[in-house]
Design a protein around this ligand. Structure first.
Ligand code: CTP
Ligand code: ZN
Length: 157
């Protein structure tokens, strides 16, 4: 007998972030700035079966549409995610997240002596993409490399 499926209702209008790697949904929620206290109807579905990924997470947010910047940051910690825009219960737009060439402000450099970490120096962090699969970024100021598995804890929110 096959495993029972978890059924979650469709949304009327808003955003469905699908194919999030299993266990990453809460990191994605942090990026889009949802704490739950905003009163926005949200479904968080974690560790469900996926044909493509084995297991995946899904987030459905009623009435919210993401900014380009938020989509770029999601790409850093959930590169397999697809964004579905829903209107009148139908998916009207579907796209994959994409890592931008330059990542400014959103990641903290892990080098504590980097100029971007000096409290009174107003220098925004800035990373270039060295590799996309697996993700490797490089700080434009001190050259420190940041690898995929450390990204989730370096995201500023
Ligand atoms: N969805 C939703 N509410 C809607 C329409 C879609 O919550 N009114 C959700 C679906 O449950 C699914 C995601 O949005 O998790 C994408 O929907 P759809 O494109 O219909 O599904 P698939 O074809 O399975 O998507 P994909 O090919 O991207 O896997
Ligand atoms: Zn640095």
């Amino acid at each position: 007998m096959s495993e029972p499926t978890l059924v979650v209702s469709k949304i009327r209008a808003g955003t469905v972030i699908d194919h999030i790697p299993a266990g990453r949904a809460l990191d994605v929620l942090k990026i889009i700035g949802l704490s739950g206290r905003e009163g926005i109807r949200t479904a968080i579905i974690m560790n469900v079966e996926s044909k493509k990924l084995g297991r995946k997470d899904i987030i459905k947010v009623e009435g919210k549409f993401l900014k380009q910047q938020e989509v770029s940051v999601i790409a850093l910690i959930a590169s397999t995610a697809t964004i579905n825009i829903v209107e009148d219960f139908k998916v009207v737009k579907k796209f994959n997240v994409e890592i931008p060439e330059l990542i400014e402000e959103v990641i903290t450099c892990p080098n504590t002596t980097c100029i971007t970490n000096k409290g009174n120096e107003p220098v925004k962090s800035r990373f270039t993409v060295v590799s996309r699969k697996p993700i490797t970024l490089q700080c434009s100021y001190c050259g420190t490399l940041v690898f995929e598995d450390e990204l989730h804890r370096l995201i500023k929110v």
